[in-house]
Design a protein around this ligand. Structure first.
Ligand code: SAM
Length: 464
């Protein structure tokens, strides 16, 4: 399905000006070792886990240091300008020649898609450029590199394929990511994702369930379903399950203890999701529902597809759930034309909702987005002032909400241990972090903890 739609470009450039420039790119030969560094969201992290699966299936070995790698990959993020710049600073290390000699340097992900073949001019040490919509073409691109092509790229966005791999190298021993939908068909005015990840394409329910069952057989008890807009998932198989039905089916797999899902878009968020959480204890009591702004005027300019009032209705339906559901959100400050009154509305929405966690960002204009044409008319200093005010408000809200939990008991999955402090760290189903006196042997266990202390970002507890 869809193979013919994906453009593969293998550019071998003997004799042109590039020949000198590409002297650090490996010539023909087997690629035996790889190093991969990932920037950005959970989807990127999981894409890298799947890319590693592809490389392992070719018999390649991972190395901890890029100096030892035949193939060095950077999986990039372009959601904000700062994130996009990171890869260029990494590539700078190879520009001076020697450290890149004999290696293939590859750029994957959103910046790869955004810059395309311009990468080869901007960073001549790069031999592979591949966007996420073309990852299923990676084996052929790698064959071409090993066959002597010095510059190969997979950059077509016109695909109806998802990235399916035989092998996935999951980095986290406790929580397994599982992608259910790729790409994005929304046109939020600020967002670069539809231009870098391609059209929305859902995986069939039977493939998702089979992968989830396989993960439980491997010993995972916590699964996080992923998608840029996870709740826009539409079952392409004849079963035609809704997203809420899929959540329920995954939650019912024997052996599963926790199911999470990110990121939900308010536009597709219905009461059936809350009902599924209510009737399935293994569905975690946490929802991430990005609002972006509390002003309906700004939301309309962002093309988010809901008003402040409609968003608050959804929050109201979540607050009616039988279990108290923890809420988090994303907010952008300083979007073009955001007035002080618009910003005040965002603060008032935050006071009304009382989120448990907020991820807040200064607006960063992105190439090819609808908002780019509107300019970026809020001064950086003013954006910084608004961001600081918003974050201070949220700090106080979180502190108050966390202090209200003193004396309560939560089940945590223990994720780590700091020997220096004698402290272990676990995560509750609400995504709250709880530190407690423990040992390295606690890692991976589910424990009940009573809350004895509360800060804005985490809790302190003891075993009960
Ligand atoms: N797909 C999700 C949605 O539409 O709600 C969001 C995914 S995005 C990777 C994570 C967050 O980055 C967004 O929710 C938004 O708050 C922020 N973001 C996206 N574009 C941005 C931009 N141009 N400037 C600042 N923040 C941005």
């Amino acid at each position: 399905m869809g193979n013919e739609l994906v453009q593969i470009t293998a550019v071998s450039q003997p004799g042109v000006a590039g020949a000198l420039q590409t002297s650090s790119v490996a010539s023909a030969g087997r690629l035996k070792t790889f190093y991969i560094e990932t920037f950005g969201c959970q989807m990127n992290v999981h894409d890298s886990e799947k890319v590693q699966g592809v490389l392992l299936a070719r018999g390649m070995k991972p190395v901890e240091d890029h100096a030892q790698a035949d193939l060095v990959l950077y999986n990039t993020c372009s959601i904000r300008e700062k994130a996009a710049q990171k890869v260029f600073s990494r590539l700078g290390a190879f520009r001076k020649g020697s450290s890149g000699a004999g290696k293939v340097i590859g750029v994957l992900g959103c910046v790869a898609q955004q810059e395309g073949e311009r990468f080869f001019e901007r960073a001549p040490q790069v031999g592979l450029v591949c966007g996420s919509a073309s990852y299923s073409q990676l084996p052929r691109l790698l064959d071409q590199l090993e066959g002597g092509n010095q510059r190969v790229s997979g950059l077509s966005l016109y695909t109806d394929e998802c990235f399916e791999t035989e092998l996935t190298r999951r980095d986290n021993p406790f929580r397994a990511y599982l992608t259910i939908i790729e790409g994005c068909d929304q046109r939020c005015a600020f967002c670069v994702v539809p231009m870098t990840r391609g059209p929305q394409r859902s995986r069939p329910s039977e493939k998702i369930l089979a992968e989830a069952r396989g993960l439980v057989d491997e010993g995972y008890t916590q699964i996080q379903l992923l998608g840029q807009i996870v709740n826009a998932w539409q079952d392409p198989s004849p079963a035609r399950w809704s997203f809420a039905e899929l959540l329920a089916r995954v939650a019912e797999i024997p052996g599963i203890r926790r199911v999470l899902f990110t990121t939900s878009h308010p536009r597709f968020f219905g009461p059936d999701i809350v009902q599924a959480i209510d009737s399935h204890p293994t569905l975690c009591d946490q929802i991430h529902l990005p609002v972006q702004s509390g002003s309906s005027a700004v939301l309309a300019r962002m093309l988010r597809g809901y008003t402040r009032e409609e968003y608050l209705e959804k929050i109201h339906s979540i607050r009616q759930a039988r279990r108290a559901i923890s809420l988090s959100t994303d907010v952008i400050v300083g979007f073009c034309g955001e007035t002080p009154q618009d910003f005040e509305q965002t603060l008032s929405l935050m006071k009304e909702v009382e989120y448990d966690q907020v991820f807040s960002f200064k607006y960063s204009p992105r190439p090819n987005t609808l908002a780019q044409a509107n300019g970026d008319n809020i001064e950086e200093e003013e954006k910084g002032r608004r961001l600081a005010e918003l974050q201070e408000l949220q700090r106080q809200i979180q502190l108050r909400r966390n202090q209200a939990l003193l004396g309560e008991t939560f089940e945590v999955l223990v994720e780590g241990y700091q020997a220096r402090l004698g402290q272990a760290v676990g995560r509750a189903t609400t995504n709250r972090v709880i530190n407690f006196p423990g040992s390295s042997e606690d890692i991976g266990r589910y424990l009940a903890l009573k809350v004895t202390g509360a800060g804005p970002n985490s809790l302190v507890g003891v075993r009960v």
